[in-house]
Design a protein around this ligand. Sequence first.
Ligand code: NAD
Ligand code: DAU
Length: 342
Amino acid sequence: MREFLPKNIVVTGGAGFIGSNFVHWMVDNQPDVHVTVLDALTYAGNRESLAGISDDRMSFVRGDICDVDLVDRLFSDVDAVVHFAAESHNDNSIADPEPFLRTNVRGTFVLLEAARKHGVRFHHISTDEVYGDLALDDPSRFTEETPYRPSSPYSSTKASSDLLVRAWHRTYGVEATISNCSNNYGPRQHIEKFIPRQITNILCGIRPKLYGDGLNVRDWIHTEDHSSAVWAILTRGRIGETYLIGADGERSNVDVLHAILKGMGRSTDDFDWVRDRPGHDRRYAIDASKLRAELGWEPVHTDFTKGLASTIEWYKENGGWWRGSKDATEAKYAKQEQRGNQ
Ligand code: NAD
Ligand code: DAU
């Protein structure tokens, strides 16, 4: 198989959780590539997440993926885009869906149009949530052939963006690939998300919060394994194809919370049960056979307890990165509780 080896890539959303981890992974593992990060620095973006990266490896552009002129300018000079930028949090999409339509759907459209005009290779980052959910007692897992059945405003906008990418490939010949990954964990994840919310709650003396009956299952993957999979697909994946990314990490929320509590020396019943998320997906599970067989990708962070311990350490050691947003994040959740999530 002929490899595609880009020299200059744009990473949208590179100041967010997975995007910044991808940029660090690129800087550490791909010395010949220059990265231009395009990020609007919304509440979820943090310039500090890219601290320590030298100017000769990365340029940072603060801007909106919906800005047609800016995107056109940036794309005139690069080989590829890896598109992470999105509104990414389900609870926020339930409270206020509009920004999700704008960034996830219109933003992807703007990028695709620029990729078409300038002949830029396009890798689209998406989610397993486009496939809806599975029952707890269903032995099956999502594959690339599973029909789309998104449940939330967030996942329906991600599904829409995937369909745009497929159409721009088929109709206009944009050289695109798509990956749909399961739940990521690791350093630099916004503290609104499940694992860092509970870790930082404990560090702040707040009781962790578990939705519903806690039996919902997520398929956890360390974000560094996501990065290596994206690189494998960008450089060796077949154009027009979708690849599912997952590392066989199915765990119920209550089990994950117990692991966090134990890892932080707390009693396993030291948390609050809270109102469930409306439309809460029951279970996600990824069959990543295509990625493994076709591209030879394998995850390396397969020990969840170890990965969780190092994530807990990261939040302990990097209070400066998250403490400033803790009050606002918890105030948002308190409002959500009052409204009953509607
Ligand atoms: P995040 O919310 O941590 O980061 C999103 C980034 O995008 C932020 O830096 C933000 O400033 C930027 N951004 C938002 N709107 C923008 C706009 N209009 N223009 C430019 N930049 C903008 O998200 P994440 O968890 O890192 O997710 C990244 C991508 O991966 C998303 O596309 C998401 O759907 C996908 N994904 C996430 C997971 C997960 O577990 N978090 C799993 C699978 C796929
Ligand atoms: O599956 C991939 C998706 O994973 C990504 O596409 C999304 O961008 C990402 O946010 C994530 O979505 P989830 O909704 O699964 O992640 P979240 O961290 O919000 O919640 C994980 C599970 O934990 C979910 O079942 C809801 C539950 N939860 C969440 C929070 C914030 C709680 O029980 N308590 C909480 O406080």
